[in-house]
Ligand binder design. Sequence first.
Ligand code: HEM
Length: 221
Amino acid sequence: MGMISSSIARKVAMALSGLFLVFFLAQHFTINFTSVIAPDTFNSWSHFMGTNGLVQGILQPILIFGVVFHFVMGFILELKNRSARTVKYAQFKGGANSSWASRNMIISGLVILAFLGLHFYDFWIPEIVHKYIETHPEDPTRYYAETVHKFESPVRVGIYVVSFVLLILHLWHGFSSAFQSVGFNNKYSKGLKIFTQVFAVAIPVGFIFIALYHHFNQLPH
Ligand code: HEM
């Protein structure tokens, strides 16, 4: 941690890990959206991702490190900002200075972290157990039915939908400010800001659609 002690370096590290997770979200949405439009493609892509050595052995550990790093750095930055703010409270004029989304990144971040806890319990841990602990004979067609059944419970779907709404708020500020933190500030910034805000709404709304679609299109047991 000594290496990234300066606040600028911390902000850049936070922004780069955020941009990495945004890239993950785009790929994760693309794969999961096929579960709505092309279940066979979803099965073959999930089987590839689930059994490919590069994905399982290198990319997934990097992803999990990226998620943990982003959250730990988020807490450190929040604590540092709070201690700085108490000193300069007089100058801080609440809403006038910033949007709710930017002032509450820690709240939307915590909700996403809680969602990931449930999500790992729902999908990732069963995958790890299936592949590396119980070692079932591989069935490349199992993923679609397993995913659809997860969305039978209205409570789980409700939690997912609320989490995805907070994901909109987190991305709305986080995605565009990440580019500012890495110093990307030029004539393309205006267009880029519009792209980041369209992404911030479209991807979580897409995830909400996937969850609701599977909830209302349950497979017969
Ligand atoms: C309806 C929406 C979603 C569906 C259907 C879905 C489905 C899945 C599935 C099937 C897996 C297990 C993949 C595997 O390990 O073989 C998984 C893992 C994962 N999901 Fe999601 N997911 C959704 C939304 C999200 C969102 C919004 C995030 C981030 C905020 C997210 C983050 C992750 C992460 C980090 C993993 C573990 C790494 C991985 O295995 O890819 N997911 N998800």
